[in-house]
Structure formats: structure tokens, C-alpha cells
Design a protein around this ligand. Structure first.
Ligand SMILES: Nc1nc2c(ncn2[C@@H]2O[C@H](COP(=O)(O)OP(=O)(O)OP(=O)(O)O)[C@@H](O)[C@H]2O)c(=O)[nH]1
Ligand SMILES: [Mg+2]
Length: 425
């Protein structure tokens, strides 16, 4: 096993912390510091290599197995500048360590049993979280706990199923069989609830896309700028100003949303604008939510099939003697009227779309696939009368859950999982 190192702090700070992990890490620290501090105590040490002083560093040693990776780990906090980091990195390489790959620390932590795959994924999500709702889901999504509880329930069901196999069924009261089936059904229902809620959890992890769609000059770009709080898109009184889809990331009640402004919808001989209109429609069809925009007296574009929409009437400051239709929200970017109400509506939509109703937050396709396999096996088990066959399906369900936690059959997916992590994770 090689000894690896990487910065575990972000760029540009006054201090950078490097983590060194692997069998040679303590020897390397002895070479550089003379005498490293005792385990789990921070000590200030001069780092030297080849007779040269490199920096003064705060050093902490974590002997295996009580370390992040489960291996011997040293963490050294050095000055954050480029030259210091380069000199220390060079010395570490000269002494036998190599730079870590993205996710390599986490992968080692997984391989030494310090965390299961679900915990590793949750940690990656926590570090990547941009908004508070994402942070909460990563921290309290409960998949690790739910998986452990499901596996325990299943273990008990399997034990009862085995007991049924070992005794001829005449000897057993029918209640035993019924209770077992009810137990399987209850477990299936709980896992199914998490599957139903999974799209919401995935949407929160990935972020939502809201698209602004409507006629030219309706005030779409103005609305984007107002909601984003900055001048993202060009606004002009000429219809057909926006061609490319222009996006801004906004935080709607803790949910990350990409708000996309699009070209005004109209028939046009201008090939570039026509392409913009085509993209606008395509974008809206894929969006999680569409904000249909129309100016005073204008018509709303038809909603894309299947899309959830909100109708927003713009330029409410202009006098028009048209009664407002029901279900429209009137705003004026000029006076600010209605913008708070619009934002509140969008926050509601964002929260609803990402509300997983307290179920375990299966936020990755990998997790969904494992739970779906387990649920299907439980369905099969419920459909089967023969105890041996049913036991077989319960074992298949247990395998699905073992894969969910990363216990078995994961070799082929590990690269994919951990390569999605950053260097230093
Ligand atoms: N009075 C008033 N004018 C507005 C308001 N919102 C936008 N406008 C004006 O309407 C015109 C068009 O605004 P844009 O935001 O560029 O409209 P758009 O829908 O993006 O137009 P295209 O990109 O051409 O499709 C500009 O002159 C804006 O200043 C508003 O609330 N009140
Ligand atoms: Mg525009």
C-alpha cells in the first residue's frame, strides 16, 4: 500500500493542511521533523528536508486504526502559500509518498471499514453542499441508518423464514406464517416510501432548474435579473434581445435552483433567433418548473406538456384596463411590486419539489437501484408460498441492501463512486 498525501483545505488560505496517509507516513514525519508530537496531540515542528528548512508546521499524528483512513495518518498545517506547499510536496515525494487521487482518502477509509459507502457518499455530498437544505440532507438524510435498520429487520425475517423451513408446516399455527408475511410487507412498504421520495432527494442533491418562458419583450430577462439580484442577462426594449439561454444560480429557501432565461417565443426568419426559440422550448420541457411570463394584455405561451407552471404577468406598473385572470401573479420589476410574493411562491415550489417527506434520502441513482432490487425481491417473496423459494428471495433482498451499504458486489462501481470526489477527500 502506497503512502499518499494531498491538501485537505481549500486554496488561498493563510494555512494549508496536508494529510499524509499510509504505512510510511510516520517514518516520513520523523525524517522531516526529528521527533513528531505524541499521537493525537498537536505540536509545532520545523519541517526540514535535505538539510533545508521548509516551513514551521502544526503536526498531528493519528496512528491506525483511529484515523480518517484507518491507516497511519499525519496532518500537517503549513503556511498556505504556493511556494511553501510546493516545497513540502516535493519533500514528501522525495521521501516516498505520492499525491493522492481524487477520493483516495475516502476510498481507503471505506476499504479499512472506517465508513461504509453510504457514509462516504454522504460526506462527499456534505462537502459539495452549496445550500442549507443540501447540507441538511447530506447530514441527516438518514440513508446509512435506514439501511442498517432495514438489514436488521430483514435478518430477523430471514431467521423466521428459516424456522418455517426447519419445521413441517402442519406443526405451526397459521399466525406464524401470517406474521412473517406482514413483516415482509411492512419492510417493503418502508423501502417503497423511500423510493417514492427518491426523486425529491435527487433533485435536492443535483439542484433544480426553473425556466422562464414567454413572448419577446415580456420582461423575462428583467425578471431573471431581479430574482438573481444581479445583471445577468441583457435587457432592452427591442423584442428578440435574448437568444442563448442565460442562467443564474439562486438559493430559494435553501434549495439550489438554476434559473434560466430564454429567447422570447415567436415565429422568426432570423435563423439564430429561431434556434434560440427552439432551445427555449427544449429547456422548458426538461425543466423542473416553468415560469410563464406575459406582458400587460399579452397571451401566455402554452405550458410544455407535463410541466408544472406559474403564470406571471409583468409590468404591473403600466396602466392597462384588463381584469387580471385568476391564477396569475402580477409583478413589476420597475417598482418591485409582487416580487416578494413571486419569490415566496418559487420558494414553495422548490421546497415541494425537493421534499422527501422524511423518508431516507436516496439521492443517487446507485442507491435507488439497490433499494429497487431489494423491493422487487421482497415482492417476489410475498408472491411465493414455498418456504425455500421465499427464503431465496429474502436472500436476494439482503444482497441488494448489502450492495447499498457497499458490503458486496461493489468493486466495479467503486472507481465511479470515488472518482466523483475531490482531491483531498
Ligand atoms: N415599465 C416596466 N417595464 C419593464 C418591466 N420589466 C421589463 N420592462 C421593460 O420591458 C422591455 C423588455 O424587457 P426584457 O427583460 O428585455 O424582456 P424579455 O422578455 O427578456 O425580451 P426578449 O429577450 O426580447 O424575449 C425592457 O425595455 C424593459 O425595461 C416592468 O416591470 N415595468
Ligand atoms: Mg430577454
Amino acid at each position: 500500500m502506497s503512502t499518499i498525501f494531498a491538501p485537505i483545505t481549500g486554496r488561498g488560505g493563510a494555512v494549508a493542511t496536508l494529510r499524509l496517509s499510509g504505512p510510511e507516513s510516520f517514518r516520513i514525519m520523523r525524517d522531516m521533523t526529528g521527533t513528531p508530537p505524541p499521537p493525537r496531540h498537536a505540536g509545532l515542528r520545523r519541517l526540514r528536508h535535505g538539510g533545508k528548512l521548509l516551513d514551521e508546521a502544526l503536526v498531528v499524528m493519528f496512528p491506525a486504526p483511529r484515523s480518517f483512513t484507518g491507516e497511519d495518518v499525519a496532518e500537517i498545517s503549513i503556511h498556505g502559500g504556493r511556494a511553501v506547499q510546493a516545497a513540502v510536496s516535493e519533500a514528501l515525494v522525495a521521501l516516498g509518498a505520492r499525491p493522492a487521487e481524487p477520493g483516495e482518502f475516502s476510498r481507503r477509509a471505506f476499504e479499512t471499514g472506517r465508513m461504509d459507502l453510504l457514509q462516504a457518499e454522504a460526506m462527499a455530498d456534505l462537502i459539495a453542499a452549496e445550500t442549507q437544505a443540501q447540507r441538511e440532507q447530506a447530514l441527516e438524510g438518514g440513508v446509512h441508518e435506514a439501511c442498517a435498520a432495514w438489514r436488521e429487520s430483514l435478518r430477523q425475517l430471514m431467521a423466521r423464514q428459516e424456522a418455517l423451513i426447519d419445521f413441517p408446516d402442519e406443526d405451526l399455527p397459521p399466525e406464524v406464517e401470517e406474521a412473517l408475511r406482514a413483516g415482509i410487507a411492512a419492510l417493503r412498504d418502508e423501502m417503497q416510501a423511500a423510493l417514492y421520495a427518491a426523486p425529491a432527494a435527487e433533485r435536492l442533491r443535483e439542484g433544480l432548474e426553473f425556466v422562464i418562458l414567454g413572448a419577446p419583450n415580456a420582461g423575462k430577462s428583467t425578471l431573471l435579473n431581479a430574482l438573481a439580484g444581479e445583471e445577468v442577462a441583457i435587457v432592452s426594449e427591442l423584442p428578440g434581445t435574448t437568444r442563448d439561454a442565460v442562467g443564474a444560480r439562486v438559493d430559494l429557501g435553501g434549495v439550489p435552483v438554476r434559473l434560466t432565461d430564454t429567447a422570447g417565443l415567436r415565429e422568426t426568419g432570423d435563423v439564430i433567433e429561431a434556434e434560440g426559440v427552439r432551445r427555449a422550448r427544449a429547456r422548458a420541457e426538461r425543466a423542473d418548473f416553468v415560469i410563464l411570463v406575459a406582458g400587460p394584455g399579452g397571451n401566455f405561451a402554452p405550458a410544455p406538456a407535463g410541466a408544472a407552471v406559474l403564470r406571471v404577468r409583468t409590468k404591473a406598473d403600466l396602466p392597462v384596463d384588463l381584469a387580471d385572470a385568476a391564477g396569475e401573479l402580477c409583478v413589476s420589476a420597475k417598482t418591485g411590486a409582487g416580487l416578494a410574493a413571486l419569490r415566496a411562491r418559487l420558494v414553495d415550489e422548490a421546497r415541494t419539489l425537493t421534499d422527501n417527506k422524511g423518508a431516507a434520502a436516496l439521492a443517487r441513482p446507485r442507491q435507488v437501484a439497490c433499494v429497487r432490487d431489494a423491493v422487487m425481491a421482497l415482492e417476489m417473496a410475498l408472491a411465493l408460498e414455498e418456504p425455500e423459494l421465499r427464503a431465496e428471495e429474502l436472500r436476494a433482498a439482503a444482497q441488494g441492501l448489502a450492495r447499498l451499504a457497499g458490503g458486496i458486489g461493489v468493486e466495479e462501481i467503486l472507481d465511479a463512486v470515488f472518482s466523483g470526489f475531490c482531491i483531498g477527500k
